[in-house]
Design a protein around this ligand. Structure first.
Ligand SMILES: [Zn+2]
Length: 338
């Protein structure tokens, strides 16, 4: 009896995470299997670290590489659908050797196995979809947003990732939102790292807090403790703990993030009318009462038609730490099934 196995690898800025799944989509590794990603050292060290991560995880479950049918590889973008990193560089791949680098091709050549590439937002979206719908996944559609340094996400239709012509479909972070409904009077139009002003990521991301929300709200709350914290990137990372304690300024900021997410999900509902919406990221990995408040506020800001509101669910992306590797494994299985 031969069992088809696939490996899922999530290539992060500092660590790689790996998992193994069988052909039914069951995961054979329960825990995180992490190793240093060495991405900052450049493409040579980075690819070798991915190979080590693959070898570690198959050794963990006691199988040989000949027993692996395919590999799913996820990483932050921007990258093409074929897994070639942007020639303009990418936040997580600062070393010049990564520019225009064929990450998928290099890993495929080194492992001697078919490698399917998926961006990390799409991987998390695919995993959330599979967990939530189970056997019904192939009949369902969903939209995911994942709040991190940026705002990632993905669109799943008939259980499959919508990739688009160039692999950049589902970039919900760079969809413009109606800022006139979200910003306070006199609040400057927020700027995104992509060059747009007033898109969802310019508000609903850690960089949106650092570059746009915190500077404005500290001008309104000049005596706030965070006004004395530098650099601003550190203050931005501390903000969530203030929100968890019920701090007024922090809650105003997260209210604006919830409004931006609700706005982008409203746009998604009008374009796609999906069965479910998933929200992931640090903001919903927080303490239970803040997390529940935040999800309630996202729901309140998501304006669905009555018919859609009756069927659609707005839920959390589960097991976010493992969602990238697990989603990558599911993408490899999808590719095997053709
Ligand atoms: Zn943007």
């Amino acid at each position: 009896l031969s069992v088809v196995l696939v490996v899922g690898l999530d290539n992060g800025a500092t660590v790689n995470n790996a998992t193994v799944a069988d052909s039914s989509g069951r995961f054979l590794v329960e825990e995180m299997v992490e190793s240093p990603s060495r991405v900052q050292e450049g493409s040579g060290a980075g690819v070798e670290a991915i190979v080590s991560s693959f070898e570690d995880v198959i050794a963990r479950i006691g199988v040989k590489s000949e027993q692996i049918a395919a590999v799913g590889l996820g990483s932050p973008g921007p990258a093409s659908a074929a897994g070639v990193l942007s020639s303009k560089g990418a936040t997580n791949f600062g070393h010049p050797s990564w520019r225009g680098f064929d990450l998928r091709g290099a890993v495929e050549e080194r492992l001697g196995l078919p490698v399917t590439y998926i961006n990390d937002g799409n991987a998390a979206a695919l995993y959330a979809h599979q967990v939530f719908f189970g056997d019904e996944a192939p009949q369902r559609s969903s939209v995911s947003v994942v709040v991190g340094t940026g705002l990632g996400g993905g669109v799943i239709e008939w259980g499959r990732v919508v990739k688009g012509a160039t692999g950049t479909a589902g970039e919900l972070g760079h969809v413009h939102v109606p800022t006139e409904d979200i910003l306070a009077s006199g609040q400057p139009l927020p700027r995104c790292n992509c060059g747009f002003r007033g898109d969802a990521e310019s508000l609903a991301s850690l960089s949106g807090i650092e570059n746009n929300l915190l500077p404005y709200w500290l001008s309104r709350f000049p005596n706030h403790e965070l006004a004395a914290v530098s650099p601003l990137s550190r203050a931005a990372r501390m903000l969530r703990s203030y929100a968890e304690m019920g701090d007024e300024m922090a809650l105003r900021i997260f209210e604006q993030q919830a409004a931006a997410l609700g706005a982008v999900l409203t746009i998604a509902s009008n374009v796609l009318d999906p069965d479910a919406y998933f929200v992931g990221g640090g903001v919903v990995q927080a303490g239970e009462s803040f997390r529940d408040w935040f999800l309630r506020r996202v729901r309140a800001h998501t304006r669905l038609r009555a018919e859609a509101a009756e069927v659609a669910k707005i839920e959390i992306v589960p097991d976010l730490d493992m969602a990238g590797a697990r989603g990558a494994a599911l993408a490899a299985l999808e590719e095997l099934r053709g």
